[in-house]
Design a protein around this ligand. Sequence first.
Ligand code: G3H
Ligand code: ZN
Length: 285
Amino acid sequence: MSLIKEIIKEAQEKKYAFGTFDTSNLEVAQGIARAAEVENMPAMIGITETAAEYAGFLPLVNLIKGIIAESKADLILHLDHGKDVKFVKKCIDEGFTSVMIDASFYEFEKNIEITKNVVDYAHQKGVVVQAELGKIPKMKSSTEVGTTLKKMEKTDPDEIEEFVEKTGVDTLAVIVGNIHGMYKPEGNPHLDLDLLKKLREKVETPFVLHGGSGTPSEDIKKAIAECGIINVNIDTEIRIAFMGALSDFCASGQMVTDPRKILSLARDAVQEKVEEKIELFGCGK
Ligand code: G3H
Ligand code: ZN
């Protein structure tokens, strides 16, 4: 059994979740790996298409592969929110053992068709596929509280069985009140745990929670312990930790000529944030 399949199985059995933490650079990837090692918990290091555009596909992928190879922790290189089927297949060919195909912006039937296409390709190579059902909104600015860009469409309990059956997907990102980015202060940040339980009753597929930043810890704990969430995605809070460390340093007025002196502070801040999240997600372990 591949490492990612073992990680999923153990999370299901022991009712904890592992994190997926996104990166587009060296220091964030190192911070994630170091945190997983300290906490002795598995984690996925996620990249997106835009991260690959920023850093270059092979430079970013090989950087993360190197970090994973040197780490004592069980780490998985994962494609997060793959929207282009060609790009998803490129990642599979490059040795990713876990990919997400996100065709959730299409209508139901089209989402099934695209997801199934990726699942067929991935499963031939033993690669695990995550898909999304429902539409997750995104805050206008992912690092600031603000207005949402899209309307939320929660996962429909009447669609989930058909989706899982027709696609053969390994894990499923469900939309139950979760949002990408930080929430509006006046909004309702709580997860719809009743809906999540209803979805859980319909299928046995392990669930993934996206938009983990800003979600109340109590909701996350319940979603993991009672509703079959085995994987939580965090991006924005990592960016905030990274940028906070950089801003604090700049505000201190100190001058350095070696960028590593500043970037290592940002790496430490990421590690601290990821350790905090891993401890929260490992509530059942
Ligand atoms: O796919 C990425 C995640 O869902 C991250 O969401 O930025 O709200 O933590 P977040
Ligand atoms: Zn997401």
